[in-house]
Design a protein around this ligand. Sequence first.
Ligand SMILES: N[C@@H](CCC(=O)N[C@@H](CS)C(=O)NCC(=O)O)C(=O)O
Length: 202
Amino acid sequence: MLQLHFAPNSRAGRIVWLLEELELPYELNRMDFHPKDLKSDEHRARHPLGRVPVLEDGDISIYESGAIVDYVLERHKNGGLKPATEAPEFPPYLQWFHYCEGMVMPPVNTIVVQTILLPEDKRDETVLAQAQRLLTRALVPVDEVLAGNDYLIGNFSGADIMLGHASYMSNLLGSVTEEMANLKGYISRVEQRPAFQKAMSS
Ligand SMILES: N[C@@H](CCC(=O)N[C@@H](CS)C(=O)NCC(=O)O)C(=O)O
């Protein structure tokens, strides 16, 4: 059985969301989002940086949320969540899938560090303001592609598991502006999916 190493309020929620959407059986190793669990020798043996998510599948152990999503879709169940290589939706699928960790999550990480993780006396207003500007700018093309589209490539796909989750987090951080009406609507659609709700309450 698939085993997911997980901590709440983290990218590991993406993988719970995916497994729930696909109705695949899995076991959850629910750790605290705290160094006592994530930086333990046991977890560092699974992930050298002591991060989540990590997925174990028999002898296979794999980290990086995007790699895990792709692994599950290729090796376990596609469920229509990944377009065929020759389909016109395939290039935009790849683009939005990777835009998540490549463009959206770097400023999200900085904002989380500068508003939550660092003690107040170590925070830097300039760094925070720059990350907030970068994030809002990175979300503009996402808002644009969602004009007239319920999901990033039309139908719900693995790209939404990645970037839908990142958009949800960006909204929680206050970086989705009221002008981004398409993106706000998209985030509401994501939030209404039962599999997403299950993942967020795991
Ligand atoms: N690019 C990696 C990022 C993994 C990552 O940074 N995970 C965070 C949670 S969202 C984590 O485990 N942080 C714990 C820490 O930095 O100590 C992925 O997509 O899996």
